[in-house]
Design a protein around this ligand. Structure first.
Ligand SMILES: Cc1ncc(COP(=O)(O)O)c(C=O)c1O
Length: 374
């Protein structure tokens, strides 16, 4: 009987962890200062420097960061928060945490980011904030969105969870003054295990963030005195240590991801699919995932399943948030609310992608995808 040969698995993503990361984490473990020690602030300083922003507050996740931004914006019951349907659920959930209603404005079919005209059309007298997402690390239309937010007196929050290192109009995402949130789950460019950060140009917002993430303690209060309702959204020092190691090699991580993306662009040439939108003078992507868009009528889920059977992990990135079951049940959202997002959601899929993905693996992904689509 022929022995079945095990096919090597190609995962969807992989963090880049090296000896330096291990040493930094061990140092903290050995120090005994596992939380509220000196490593958290070191990580924050390095991140602030990387993003070129005066203030940076590390938090326990990107979701926590977005939630705190709702508090910064004063979002509360009865308010509406406009966001993108083509994102991870946290971009919308943060509004619900504060009793507000998420309102979905449709996306642009090319960038997959919020269409500013759709945002303006969705504004009502209840709108309090806009959560703009840099999806797949491609910067959103910050200038147009800022003009709209200023015109209507709305807070602009940037969900830059997928976009560390991206640039909009030549300046790093996160350094444009308004609060921006980063996330460090292991599929991100930089990981701390779980973790996130909020950057802002405002010292006042920074002080509030630091208090809110630390159970509402005030700068002047002792450990058991709390000046406001807060949360435990602190990032521990072990995670921060890993973050330092990651930021130290950020340039290598980002250029590795750029190279892998460029290789896919070559390998996938001629296939009946759209590869990710190229950069232009205003938008410089930080590569997060590699998402291709299949033609209408192709059984995308069947393609994903088939690749999975060949040991290649792919995922239907991203479902439209308003069509998630809890959103339909809670708000009565249905098909047709955001047609562009729904169309894109039905046709896009993420293929294996990380900074150190081997050329042979990429060739196997491309060949298998070619035969799936043939
Ligand atoms: C666009 C976007 N927003 C928010 C988040 C939430 O980040 P976290 O998983 O760290 O809570 C993520 C992470 O997957 C994301 O991709």
């Amino acid at each position: 009987m022929r022995k079945l040969e095990a096919v090597a698995q190609i995962g969807l993503s992989a963090p880049w962890i090296d000896k330096r990361d291990e040493e930094l984490v061990l140092e903290v473990l050995r120090s005994g200062r596992l939380s509220l020690g000196p490593t958290g602030p070191r990580f924050e300083e390095l991140l602030a420097e990387t993003v070129s922003v005066p203030h940076c507050a590390a938090v326990s996740s990107g979701t926590a960061g977005l939630h705190l931004c709702m508090r910064l914006a004063g979002v509360g019951p009865g308010d509406e928060v406009i966001t993108s349907p083509y994102s991870f659920v946290a971009s919308a959930n943060c509004a619900i945490y504060e009793g507000a209603t998420p309102v979905f404005a449709d996306i642009d079919a090319k960038t997959f980011n919020l269409d500013p005209a759709a945002v303006e059309a969705a504004i009502t007298e209840r709108t309090r904030a806009v959560v703009a997402v840099d999806i797949f690390g491609y910067p959103c239309e910050l200038q147009e969105l800022r003009v709209i937010c200023n015109r209507y007196g709305l807070a602009l929050i940037e969900d830059a969870c997928e976009a560390l290192g991206a640039r909009y109009k030549g300046r790093t995402v996160g350094s444009h003054g308004h609060p921006a949130v980063f996330a460090f789950y292991p599929n991100k460019q930089v990981t701390t295990g779980e973790g996130g950060a909020v950057t802002t140009g405002s010292a006042e917002q920074y002080e509030l963030l630091v208090s809110l993430r630390n159970q509402g303690r005030l700068e002047t209060s002792s450990w058991l005195q709390h000046g406001r309702l807060g949360y435990n959204y602190r990032l521990d020092d072990v995670s921060a240590a890993l973050g330092i190691g990651q930021l130290e090699k950020l340039d290598r991580i980002l250029s590795g991801r750029r190279e892998v993306a460029a290789r896919y662009e070559e390998l996938l040439a001629g296939l009946p699919l759209e590869t990710p939108l190229a950069d232009d003078a205003d938008h410089e992507r930080s590569w997060f995932v590699y998402v291709v868009e299949l033609e209408r009528g192709v059984d995308r889920d069947g393609v994903i399943r088939w690749l999975g059977e060949q040991g290649i992990a792919c995922a239907p990135y991203l479902p439209s948030i308003h069509l998630q079951s809890y959103m339909r049940e809670r708000y009565g959202f249905a098909e047709g609310l955001c047609p562009v997002s729904e169309d894109v959601s039905a046709r896009t899929m993420a293929i294996p992608f990380h900074a150190r993905l081997a050329r042979e693996d990429q060739e196997r992904v491309a060949d298998t995808l070619r035969s799936a689509l043939a």
